[in-house]
Design a protein around this ligand. Structure first.
Ligand SMILES: [Mg+2]
Length: 253
C-alpha cells in the first residue's frame, strides 16, 4: 500500500463539502422526489414521479433546466418565469425554487450523516490542532453543515453565498480556495485541499496548494490525477491510519 502524507503536517486542510464530507446527492434526490410527487399529485400528472426520472431528466443538470426537461417528459409546459419567482409561482423557476425549500425541509427532518471516514479524519485533525475549512460551491453549505452537526468544526466556510457576494469565479478557477486560505490566514503552499470533483481538484491545483487530495466517489482515479490531484483515496479514513496518534489524546476526557 502506498503511504499517504500526514495531513496534520499542513498548516490547514480545506475540504469540499458535497461528496467529500457529506453524501449530499442523496438528500437532493430525495428533495426532487418529494417535490415532484406532491406537484404531480396536485396537478394530476401521470405517470407518477419515479427514481428513474432523476437520472433521465435531473441528474447533472442546472436546476431549472432539469425542471423543464422533466415537465416536458409529461407533456406539461409552463412559462419559464424568472429566478426571483416566489416558490408559489407555477413557472419553471418557481418550481425549481420550491425544490430548494423542500431540500432544506428534508435536511431539517432527516439530518444528514457525514461519511464516517471523513468524520474520523476531522476528529484526527482536531486532535492534532490542524485548522480546517470548507470550500463549497453550494448555497446550502451552512444548512448542510448544521444538519450534519459539524458546522462548529470549521473556522471558515467559503460557500456559494459568499462567492456570489464577493464576485469570486467558481471552480475550476482557483479563486474560492485561494480566498478561503486568505480568510484563514494560511499560505496555500503550506496547506492541503480535498475534493471529489474534477473541477474542484483543478481549482485547488491551480491555487497552488501543497497537497491536493482527490476523493474518488466515481470520477475515477486517473481523471482526478489528470485534473491535478497528488494523491487519490476512496475514503478519507485512509488518512487516519496514516496520522500518528497524539499521546496527549489518550489522556483527553
Ligand atoms: Mg464535491
Amino acid at each position: 500500500m502506498d503511504s499517504l502524507p500526514d495531513l496534520t503536517a499542513y498548516d490547514a486542510v480545506l475540504f469540499d463539502l458535497d461528496g467529500v464530507l457529506t453524501p449530499t446527492a442523496e438528500a437532493h434526490m430525495h428533495a426532487w422526489e418529494t417535490m415532484f410527487t406532491e406537484l404531480f399529485a396536485t396537478w394530476e400528472i401521470t405517470p407518477p414521479y419515479t427514481e428513474r426520472d432523476y437520472f433521465d431528466h435531473l441528474d447533472g443538470k442546472k436546476r431549472y433546466d432539469g425542471v423543464a426537461a422533466l415537465l416536458r417528459s409529461r407533456d406539461v409546459e409552463v412559462p419559464w418565469g424568472d429566478p426571483s419567482d416566489p416558490v408559489t409561482a407555477d413557472t419553471v423557476c418557481g418550481i425549481g425554487n420550491r425544490k430548494n425549500v423542500v431540500f432544506e425541509r428534508v435536511l431539517r427532518a432527516e439530518g444528514i450523516a457525514p461519511y464516517p471516514g471523513s468524520l474520523a479524519l476531522l476528529d484526527a485533525l482536531a486532535a492534532a490542532g490542524t485548522t480546517v475549512a470548507v470550500v463549497s460551491s453550494s448555497k446550502n453549505a451552512e444548512e448542510v453543515l448544521k444538519a450534519a452537526g459539524i458546522r462548529d468544526r470549521f473556522a471558515v466556510v467559503m460557500d456559494g453565498v459568499i462567492a456570489e457576494r464577493d464576485h469570486l469565479a467558481s471552480k475550476p478557477a482557483p479563486d474560492v480556495f485561494v480566498e478561503a486560505a486568505r480568510m484563514l490566514n494560511v499560505d496555500p503552499a503550506r496547506s492541503a485541499a480535498v475534493e471529489d470533483a474534477l473541477s474542484g481538484v483543478a481549482s485547488a491545483a491551480s491555487g497552488g496548494f501543497a497537497l491536493v487530495v482527490g476523493v474518488d466517489r466515481g470520477a475515477g482515479e486517473e481523471d482526478l490525477r489528470h485534473a491535478g490531484a497528488h494523491v487519490v483515496v476512496r475514503d478519507l479514513a485512509e488518512f487516519v491510519a496514516a496520522t500518528p496518534s497524539d499521546p496527549a489524546e489518550e489522556h483527553t476526557a
